[in-house]
Design a protein around this ligand. Structure first.
Ligand SMILES: Nc1nc2c(ncn2[C@@H]2O[C@H](COP(=O)(O)OP(=O)(O)OP(=O)(O)O)[C@@H](O)[C@H]2O)c(=O)[nH]1
Ligand SMILES: [Mg+2]
Ligand SMILES: [Zn+2]
Length: 295
């Protein structure tokens, strides 16, 4: 049976890159028996398919995945670029932390933070901007799609990998991809229009091959990353700079919130862990606790 990769998913159709004439995508339905559970096949998946007489296809099965990002659902990615704007909308650090936890949880090997719209940030503020995240070990790229600042560095970061651009609506994910490869011509939108229409400019995740090598996934922005299924015992491990302290806590079930002799809390007091990051941890922990109670 033939195999191909799912490039996008839209209105119940799956579009496969089959390498056929004209590089045209093959639109497919799922075979009834794999249809049942949501997320059975997502963009990035490699599938086995059968060609039908009407020129469409039917997906018979999904091959094993290397990785799976849950929100947005994309399989087999190597890297997430968590994208936010320096301004417009103002950077919401709590939300940034939620995206980072989501990416760590998904087991994506490389996580990079990209801050767009740096043309709106005074130059003096750029140097120490988000220092806590650099200290935590994240690569931080400060860029501007409009001023074409930092675009070469971003392009180099994408080469040879499958990368997802994740982040809230309106931060400029599509604008950045257009700046990286002008052939893409992705639709972008004014924030005021997005609010009026209550819709995102980008509607569905789609894999896009880049001129300079590598593949990117443009995704619709979303505001509330869903973390409720996360195991709260693992949450601290998704904050890389906490890891060296976790096993030094007195209780091995320590949640690093109210317990005595907590090495994480001590590190916060001593300055080894940044307070904003610790507060983001507590906030997400509380959200998990409240959701669990609600069920
Ligand atoms: N000042 C400034 N504005 C930018 C920059 N990049 C993008 N914008 C503007 O930000 C707005 C949103 O850009 P999009 O690229 O549509 O944002 P998006 O993240 O793809 O949004 P969704 O598809 O809804 O998730 C547009 O009005 C862009 O012109 C930048 O570097 N600087
Ligand atoms: Mg977009
Ligand atoms: Zn602890």
């Amino acid at each position: 049976m033939a195999q191909a990769q799912v490039i996008k998913m839209y209105n119940g159709f799956y579009y496969l890159q089959t390498g056929r004439e004209g590089d045209e995508l093959l639109s497919c339905r799922l075979r009834g028996r794999i249809k049942r559970h949501k997320g059975a096949v997502v963009p990035g998946d490699y599938v086995e398919y059968e060609l039908l007489e009407d020129g469409t296809g039917v997906i018979e099965s999904c091959l094993p995945r290397k990785s799976l990002l849950l929100r947005p659902a994309v399989a087999n990615i190597d890297q997430v670029i968590v994208t936010f704007a320096a301004r417009q909308p103002d950077l919401n650090e709590l939300l940034l932390n939620r995206f980072l936890v989501l990416a760590e949880w998904s087991g994506i090997p490389e996580i990079v933070i990209c801050i767009n719209k740096c043309d709106l940030l005074p130059e003096a503020a750029q140097e120490s901007f988000l220092q806590a995240y650099r200290d935590a070990g994240y690569r931080l790229l400060l860029v501007s799609a409009h001023e074409k600042q930092g675009i070469d560095g971003l392009r180099a970061q994408l080469s040879g990998k499958v990368t997802v651009f994740a982040g809230p609506s309106g931060v400029g994910k599509s604008s950045l991809l257009n700046a990286i490869d002008e052939r893409l011509q992705l639709a972008t939108g004014k924030i005021s229009d997005k609010i009026k229409r209550g819709k995102h400019t980008t509607r569905a995740a789609c894999l896009l091959p880049l001129a300079g090598g590598g593949t990117v996934v443009d995704t619709p922005g979303f505001s509330a990353a869903e973390l409720e299924q996360l195991d709260k015992g693992k949450l601290a491990w998704y904050f890389p700079e906490f890891r060296q302290y976790i096993e030094k806590c007195y209780y091995n079930t320590c949640t690093h919130s109210h317990e005595p002799d907590c090495a994480v809390k001590e590190a916060v007091e001593a300055g080894g862990i940044c307070r904003e990051r610790y507060e983001a941890y507590l906030n997400i922990l509380q959200a998990i606790n409240e959701r669990k109670k609600a069920y």
